[in-house]
Unconditional design. Sequence first.
Length: 556
Amino acid sequence: MKKIYLMSLTAVFALTVNAQTTKLKKVSGNVETTTFSNTNNSLSKVTQQTGNITSNTQYVAGTTMNLEFTLNLTNTDAEYGDFISITFPAGIVPNSSPNNPFASDAADPGPDGPEVLNPISGQTISWGNDDNNWGGIVANASYNFTVNVTITPGTIGTQVATYSVSGDGYGATPGDLGSGNVNILPAGSPDFSTALAAPIGITAINNCNLAMLPIAGRFHNKSTVPASAITVNYSVNNGTPVSDIIPGPIAAGDSIDFVFSTQFDFSPSNIYSIKVWSDLTGELNRMNDTASIGISNSVSVPLTTTTYSNGVETNYEYGSLNRDFVSGLGYTFALTATKHTGSYGLYLTVPAGTVTPVNEAMVVLPCLDVTSGDTYRISFWKKTTTAAANGMTGVFTGTAQTAAAMTTILKAYSANTPTTATAPWTKDSVDYVAAVTGTKYFAIGGKGTTTATSGINVRLDDIKIAKVGSSVGVKTIAANDAITIFPNPTSGVLNINAVEANSSVEVFNVIGEKVYSNILTKGNNTIDLSGLANGAYFVKLNSNNQIITKKVVLSK
């Protein structure tokens, strides 16, 4: 039975702490790596497999039983596992496992398939072939697995098994998890584990305008006896630990969602590393006591008075970006030393010959406040650095800091040119007219296609969003009605009187999508909107670098 202490966890555990990513096969000359970090949080590109194996079952001497284990691979690069083994001590003899294969990346299993169970060899049970070819054990994920064993009568005390996990050679800097120990405790030993950690009230890793929030942890009594007076702790960015007591008793096998009585202030813009752990008196196994999560918070930028700039030069600039993939379709942007200015930029690289339907990634920017009728320019620098690759960029907007929320196209995907090893950086931009006042999010997308000889290559840097016009207009245009639009409401045809030659007109719907654009001549012009649906629209006129936006109603 699960118990909830102090308050409900609301939607806190809807967070996916370890998100799986799509694998990029390593090809010499196509993998870029770089590292930077600060004392609060590392944003380093992982260089090899990291993680551990923990035991979830206490053994009973003189029995044949199932032992439950968890493999945690915590590295976030593409170094998957292609071999895993556990060697048990003399008092525990492995018999079999129902986990065959061990695990498989169903979306991208690789040419040699999943990692199957091998014949048991003495005290060792293993999966996979260690061939360094597309491992099926996905990085940045957890796997529960079972081993049936026979416990020799008279076996006592903590039994120590050894494990090994081998990487498949395709990570940023390939490497194995190597050898480690896993403690298997006798029945009746104190054993408390921590499964999850997160602030209550958030539903995403990247957030906007957070405040004081409670911290929660999910704890599990893995012993065969009740547990009482369990000390639990949390810390943020390795700060002073905050402690509480779960009074108990907590029944054997019970999971507990506990909310700490002391909250934490997440309101400053920053990256936050939250760690939660248990400390049960007399506990023998300390390997599974801690859980952690990393989040970011952004204080929304008021674009009416402030320009948003991101050169990817600091931990916060990099960590607050949601370098997300489009659900079911894509890759993730990463950090690179290839840059327009400063020290770092962002890149999306998919080598030629990669056979996969995925082809898109997005850099979603932190929250920004806009004002109805104002015009904002989203600009960025881009390039594609090799002739044997293609890359496209586009601009999008939405109502949340996720790629899935980027439903409005501000600028459709277009190819980066030229595509050479020495291609210069080029600047791209698009204007957005705010239909309503409130918080908005913008994203720069990268996309391409792969063939046997061509891959995907997109570089981004120096992203900026600035206000360039407002509904009030510039100088006295709006006040004097120097530009007139009539009739309003209209049944479809609008008359526009422009004061300058080569003026332009753009029409946007209420969610900011551009639905019409054209060049105007000096004097009287007509535009036909009868093909659009009834409703309100914003007509933006640019004449002699003076911008005015007017709302019109279409009623057919």
